[in-house]
Design a binder for this molecule. Structure first.
Ligand code: 2AM
Length: 190
């Protein structure tokens, strides 16, 4: 990767109180199963992954997201509903969904995707499914066990206000990924 390229994505932040709640809910499972667990400090809900961009393109993406966000209305979200990609029987990724505000999240993702596409950024090939990745799985048996345990322990977070999106840089290093905000894009005031 060229040093001047920036790995970029657009996401909804999750308040620390909600991340703590979710962290507590999965703590026993995290201790029980050796999966590649993601770090609560980095938990977010991705709307659009852009990959490696030049500084110039990051500026364009930030300007587009600022404009799109100003046309969106704040909404209430809550995390809940465990899931697995590609399926609970063959999990590669464990996630928690958006059990409240899912429709508004999809609308926001579509608005971002459409505006970026108009500006020449390629569309995502796969359908958008709002999710927060909890773990990546190398051992299929451990993944299936973890998925089954989650299904036995339903989770619903407290509600939180979603009133902005953020353009993030992802820095990959040995400890996993670290995320830095590049642009904060507020929604319209209600
Ligand atoms: P994931 O949690 O489903 O892996 C930063 O990498 C964010 O962008 C993550 O939330 C990740 O989603 C998302 N993302 C989407 N497509 C990606 C891709 N092709 N490579 C890396 N991250 C991607």
């Amino acid at each position: 990767m060229a040093a001047d390229l920036i790995r970029t994505f657009v996401a909804i932040e999750i308040p620390s109180s909600v991340r703590e709640e979710l962290d507590a809910a999965i703590a026993p499972l995290r201790r029980a199963e050796r999966l590649r667990w993601t770090q609560p400090a980095g938990w977010h809900l991705t709307l659009k992954f852009l990959g490696e961009l030049s500084r110039e393109d990051v500026k364009r993406v930030s300007a587009i997201c600022t404009r799109v966000a100003s046309s969106l209305r704040p909404f209430d979200g809550a995390l809940g509903g465990w899931g697995a990609f590609p399926s609970p029987h063959r999990p590669r990724v464990l996630w928690v969904g958006m059990q409240r505000g899912a429709e508004a999240t999809v609308t926001a993702a579509k608005a971002v995707e459409d505006a970026l596409f108009e500006a020449g950024f390629p569309r995502e090939g796969k359908p958008f499914h709002p999710h927060l990745t909890l773990a990546r799985i190398e051992d299929p048996a451990a993944g299936s066990r973890a998925s089954a345990v989650l299904q036995e322990h339903p989770f619903a977070s407290a509600a939180f206000r979603v009133d902005r999106i953020v353009v993030f840089q992802s820095v990959l290093d040995r400890g996993g990924a670290r995320y830095h905000p590049l642009a904060v894009c507020p929604f319209a005031k209600t």
